[in-house]
Write a protein that binds this ligand. Structure first.
Ligand SMILES: N[C@@H](CCC[C@H](N)C(=O)O)C(=O)O
Length: 282
């Protein structure tokens, strides 16, 4: 079988997008990993499938799989690419607000141009049980044990789980070691995306993320939302923040509890093609 795909990225966080609007999702986990292989497949951080909505209030559903074949509930850079793909397919106009359904619930996308999208990502979730993160009560900071050290983290869900660590220097070589360990920390029952954030001022952050299921990425949209939300809750940033990642910058707007958080940034097409799907092994 030949699988038609579109290769896209949101500031370097790269995706393979599948049009599954008229048919079921065609791959198993081994085939997803084969497609993700950067040497023998196409390569991606996440695979995105655009499917018919299950929730009748939404126009479409999108599924998310990491490069290791694991599913995720949300993908910030990915949802902007889904919106740009729908715009190119004639299903979404510039300036139009449309609710689309992710595995963790609906979000509202609005293309600002062919390659720029703003998204109502919903409200950040701090209740530990809903992240899920093992803690008795909501707190701005949690002390966790990691590789014989105590690390001070924030924990939040943006539809997927995030640990946020503030650092003075993003070039500190210790982060290379801590990122993968934090991603698999046992207090996060489903793992976590591990964000290391340097606060430059009240409106400007620098961030690197070791993603669950994908490793270090050039950008993580939900990671940028999570870092902003954690620092906003601590009173350390204003309501509008530029988050600079290795692949580019996202703008995050949040006025606090009771309000949705908005993420704005680019979405780009790289190329499209067909991939010969290997036979299922299971
Ligand atoms: N790159 C994404 C997040 C993708 C999913 C994540 N690795 C997870 O497992 O939750 C983004 O832009 O948000």
């Amino acid at each position: 079988m030949q699988l038609r795909f579109w290769k896209m990225h949101g500031i370097g966080n790269d995706f393979v997008v599948l049009d599954c609007r008229h048919g079921g999702f065609p791959l198993d986990a081994a085939q997803i990993r084969a497609l993700a292989d950067r040497h023998t497949g196409v390569g991606f951080d996440q695979l995105l499938s655009i499917e018919p909505a299950r929730n009748t209030a939404c126009a479409f559903y999108y599924g998310i799989w990491n490069a290791d074949g694991s599913p995720s509930g949300q993908c910030g850079n990915g949802v902007r690419c889904v919106a740009a793909w729908l715009h190119r397919a004639g299903a979404l106009a510039i300036g139009q607000d449309v609710m689309i359904e992710s595995p963790s619930g609906p979000v509202t996308v609005r293309p600002l141009g062919a390659n720029e999208v703003t998204v109502d990502m919903g409200e950040p979730v701090f209740e530990p049980v809903r992240i899920p993160f093992a803690a008795d009560a909501v707190a701005n900071r949690y002390a966790i044990d990691l590789a014989g050290e105590t690390l001070d983290i924030g924990a939040v869900s943006m539809g997927n789980p995030h640990a946020v660590v503030t650092v003075d220097d993003l070039a500190d070589p210790a982060l290379q070691r801590l990122g993968p360990l934090l991603t698999k920390h046992p207090r996060f029952a489903q793992g976590a995306n591990a964000g290391f954030v340097q606060r430059l001022d009240r409106g400007h952050l620098r961030l690197r993320v070791h993603e669950r299921g994908a490793g270090w990425t050039l950008a993580c949209g939900t990671g940028a939302c999570a870092a902003m939300a954690v620092l906003h809750r601590r009173g350390e940033v204003d309501d509008a923040v530029a988050v600079e990642l290795p692949g580019g910058t996202l703008r995050i707007d949040w006025t606090g509890p009771g309000h949705p958080l908005w993420m704005t940034g680019p979405a780009a097409f790289a190329f499209e093609g067909e991939w010969p799907v290997p036979a299922a092994t299971a």
